[in-house]
Unconditional design. Structure first.
Length: 210
């Protein structure tokens, strides 16, 4: 995939009329992604409620995401769908161009105003911005880097064996009863695994009493 900075520069440079109706799709594995203006064209025009209800069997709305890159930077919105479902999500395709970087460009027909006026960039941009502002920013960053490469899944922390101190405390609980043990235990002096073992020991003692 192309660098995300180049993708967003293309999406945010739509002033020329020949760029208003182009949907840029970028392949990521078995999925296509459309960003910013392209995502808006898919969701608001080619996949709108009006178009959806004209199809055989209704289709669910597309999920739109707004995230930051894992490396930081400005937020961006996008939609994604399986490559094999291109016709489903872009049903009004009129032209199709394949480029480098696993990138295709789909040209669609924009709906015309019914009041006799003309489509202008200002009107389109206002509609796009209103749509974009309504998307909530996810607290979780996106899973691609600045080069457009998918990041590997985060490694889960390895489980650590309980320390000898925790094992001894579990095997030989201090005298004084459960409350005394609880008051005497110092969480900050033990590992998370030690603390879990201690809680399990208390639970076992309570269960034996009940």
């Amino acid at each position: 995939m192309a660098k995300i900075a180049d993708v967003l520069a293309t999406e945010r440079n739509r002033q020329q009329p020949q760029e208003w109706n182009k949907i840029h799709l970028f392949q990521m594995g078995d999925f296509y992604r459309a960003y910013e203006w392209s995502a808006w064209l898919i969701v608001a025009i080619t996949y709108s409620d009006k178009v959806r209800h004209q199809q055989q069997g209704d289709r669910k709305p597309l999920k739109v995401s707004k995230k930051n890159l894992a490396s930081g930077g400005s937020d961006f919105c996008f939609v994604g769908f399986p490559i094999k479902s291109l016709e489903k999500f872009v049903p009004e395709r009129t032209d199709f161009t394949s480029t480098e970087e696993k990138h295709i460009v789909v040209t669609i027909q924009l709906p015309q105003p019914t009041d006799g006026t003309q489509v202008t960039y200002e009107r389109l941009h206002e509609a796009f911005q209103k749509w974009r502002d309504g998307i909530l920013l996810s607290a979780k960053p996106d899973n691609i880097d600045a080069e457009g490469n998918k990041l590997p899944p985060a490694k889960k922390p390895a489980k650590t064996a309980p320390t000898a101190a925790a094992q001894q405390q579990a095997a030989q609980p201090p005298p004084g009863g459960i409350l005394s043990q609880l008051l005497a235990y110092r969480l900050e002096m033990h590992t998370d695994n030690d603390n879990r073992q201690f809680i399990a020991s208390l639970q076992h003692q309570i269960a034996s009493i009940l």
